[in-house]
Design a protein around this ligand. Structure first.
Ligand code: SF4
Ligand code: SF4
Length: 220
């Protein structure tokens, strides 16, 4: 883990913001129905959050914020592991352990995010063309879905000797200072990119961006 990797992660976040800054989305400040305990992230993203937390952005202990009893989505596979499984499996792989049980994200306070500048990519890519409280779900166009998947794949590739999991599990594990992943901790190893999940219809449009991401990762 190097400072350069952390800088690269922030550069990737900035690149995503540029890609989506003119998108026609309904998201706005204090709109927070999507701020649940379903957020997933990599170890590197967790380290960025803990660095901010250590500077007293958030004073509550992580273990209290993410109590083990809080229901949360627990992925069985990282994004790249899921992609690899899809390439070889005859059926769609099962990617979670506990279904869609979810609670309110403990970083949410008065409908605002307490860690907004360092929120993980799982929060950044949660955008919708219509207000979620109208339909009860987010609406995302096909190209943005491809964009999000490609960014998730590169972010994991950047931290390929790390791990992936629910934001709460990753933060609890990182805060514990353990060297080895305990069996009770629901995190799963990261993987390098096996292939990028880009449908043929989006390949031309996303090609330059993939080159930029590839360059960023190689220079980190
Ligand atoms: S994804 Fe939905 S709930 Fe979240 S900010 Fe956008 S419109 Fe609001
Ligand atoms: S970390 Fe922030 S943006 Fe992400 S779900 Fe929690 S409150 Fe919302």
């Amino acid at each position: 883990m190097t400072n350069r990797q952390m800088e690269t992660l922030c550069e990737i976040y900035s690149l995503y913001e540029k890609q989506t800054e003119n998108a026609a989305i309904a998201c706005h400040k204090y709109c927070s129905d999507c701020c649940t305990t379903s957020v997933t992230m990599t170890r590197l993203e967790g380290l960025l959050i803990l660095d901010a937390v250590s500077k007293k952005i958030v004073t509550d202990p992580i273990s209290e914020l993410f109590d083990n009893n809080v229901p949360r989505f627990k992925p069985r596979l990282s994004t790249n592991a899921y992609v690899a499984a899809c390439r070889t499996a005859t059926d769609t792989p099962v990617d979670d352990e506990t279904g869609d049980q979810t609670g309110i994200c403990p970083f949410l306070e008065n409908n605002a995010c307490r860690i907004y500048p360092v929120r993980p990519f799982g929060c950044r890519c949660m955008i919708s063309t219509t207000k979620c409280d109208q339909n009860g779900y987010a609406e995302i166009d096909d190209y943005t879905l491809t964009l999000n998947t490609v960014f998730l794949q590169f972010i994991e590739h950047l931290d390929q000797d790390g791990y992936f999991g629910n934001m709460g599990d990753v933060l609890i594990y990182l805060s514990s200072g353990n060297e080895k992943i305990p069996e009770t901790c629901n995190v799963t190893p990261n993987h390098p990119i096996p292939a990028l999940m880009v449908p043929p219809a989006h390949r031309g449009r996303i090609a330059d961006l993939i080159n930029t991401l590839d360059h960023l990762i190689r220079s980190s």
